[in-house]
Each structure stands twice: as C-alpha cells, then as structure tokens.
Design a protein around this ligand. Structure first.
Ligand code: ACM
Length: 269
C-alpha cells in the first residue's frame, strides 16, 4: 500500500510566502508517500501580463520556495508534486515539480496552455517522463492537459501507475472526465485543484475545488467539497494499476490497433 493524497486550498494571488506557510503548516507531521498540490499554488494564477509573471516566477535552483519544500519532504519523509511558476533563462513555464527528501527529481512543463496563459507562459518543452517513487511509477500533467487524452495515454503507455495532476480548474468537465481517463488506461490519478477566486484589476477567475482521487477501474476514491480547505490522504494498492485486463481476453494497452489510428500522431496544422 502507498499513501497518496492532495491538499486543496485557496492561494492568495502574489503572496508567495503566505501561501508557502499555509502549505508547510498543513503538511507538518503528515504521514504520506506522495502528496499533490494545486497548479501555481504559491504565486496564484491570474497574472495581469507576462511582466507580472516575471516578478513572481523563480528559477528552480535559486528558489527559496523549493528549498522550503525539500525541507518539509526531508522532515516528513514524503514526496510532493506541486505546481510552480518557473523561470528558466528568459523563458517562463507553468511547471509541476516532483520533489522529495533528495531534492527536485523531475520538472514537467505544461504542454497545453489554457486561454490567457498563452500570453504569460512559454509552452512546455520537456518530453513526458515517468519517475519511480517507492515502487510507484509517477507521471505528471497540469490542469488543462486533461482535455488532450493523448497526454494521459502517453503517460500510461510509458508505464505510469499514478498520474499527479496539479490544477486550477475553471471549467466543470474535468473531474468526470478523469474517471474515464483512469478507466480507459487502468491508472490512478490525483487531481489537486484549488478553490476560491483570483480577483484582479483585469477581472476575476473562479476555481472549482472538488479535488479527487480516482482508481484504475474508474472508482472515485474521494472527492473534496468545492469551497473548503482539505487534506485528503488514502492508502491505495498500486498493483491494481499494473493490471490492464478489462476482460479475460482484453488488455487495454496491448489490444490497441495502432495501424488504424496512426493519424493521431501526425500534425494537424
Ligand atoms: C487551467 O488549465 N488552469 C484551466
């Protein structure tokens, strides 16, 4: 059994230290293997423009936020998957970091930017990757990536048992869709969403909460309320994700007839 979960909360835009303190306090003395935090949990989401993002984004190797997260991973002996506004040279990415007692293990940079994110961030440029943590093959994707089934499928074909999904969801369809994604790939998923709103001079964006953990047969293991701060942890049997048989004669990965849908891998522009 491995203990996985999420911390759903309401970040305050631009208050990086406040948001970090909130996470550190919530996770202190928690016993878990892997905990997922929302997308952009320290900066907040609704940037006015790229210039504002530049003021708040951090280089991973020079980030006091990342150092504080490594420290809590060491103290509590768990791993975190967290959203992160990443500066890398003159590029800015909406990233997810897999962090553990040994430091930053992997960076995922959001491949599919949602709406105005295209004005602030550079699109992800790192190939999808699986990292093994305590016998669990972990893949990462961020929020709007959910609407591209290719991401979840690719991670599954690469061997993911658990997909960690930091989110700042604004549309209402994701949570139900992730149930199908887990079923059609026989994989666990933790969607860690935020709640509340980013109320900014340029407008307001409201986030939907309802973070959740879904099991490989599409079972909803737990679901958070839409407007409450919660830390949910569950013990899961990760071996369930290794079983790809949906009937005695159907392996959902091996039975794919790729020769009939190779168009999926061709560019459409
Ligand atoms: C989103 O991708 N944050 C909607």
């Amino acid at each position: 059994m491995v203990r996985v979960g999420f911390f759903q909360f309401r970040p305050v835009f631009g208050k990086v230290q406040y948001n970090l303190n909130k996470v550190v306090k919530a996770l202190k003395n928690v016993s878990a293997d892997i905990i997922v935090l929302p997308e952009l949990p320290f900066t907040g989401y609704y940037f006015k423009d790229r210039e504002e993002l530049k003021l708040l984004a951090e280089e991973i190797n020079a980030s006091s936020t990342v150092q504080a997260l490594i420290k809590i991973c060491r103290e509590c002996d768990f791993y975190l998957v967290t959203g992160f506004a990443e500066k890398s040279g003159n590029k800015y990415f909406n990233s997810a970091l897999l962090i553990g007692p040994e430091g930053v293990i992997h960076t995922y940079r959001k491949l599919h930017l949602f709406n105005e994110e295209k004005n602030w961030f550079d699109p992800g440029d790192i190939p999808l990757q699986i990292s093994e943590i305590r016998g669990v093959k972990v893949g990462m994707m961020i929020c709007f990536d959910w609407i591209f089934p290719e991401v979840f499928r690719a991670l599954s074909i690469m061997g993911a048992d658990l997909i960690c999904h930091p989110s700042n969801l604004v549309l209402s369809y994701c949570q139900q869709t992730m149930i199908s994604r887990c079923l059609e790939n026989s994989v666990f998923a933790v969607t860690a969403n935020r709640f509340g709103a980013d109320k900014r001079p340029q407008g307001e964006i409201i986030f939907t909460g309802k973070s959740q953990i879904v099991a490989p047969k599409g079972e909803l293991i737990c679901k958070a309320p839409s407007k409450r701060e919660v830390l949910y942890l569950r013990d899961i049997n990760i071996d369930l994700a290794k079983d790809k048989m949906i009937s005695p004669l159907n392996d959902i990965i091996k039975d794919r007839r790729q020769e009939f849908y190779d168009i999926l891998c061709r560019r459409s522009d």
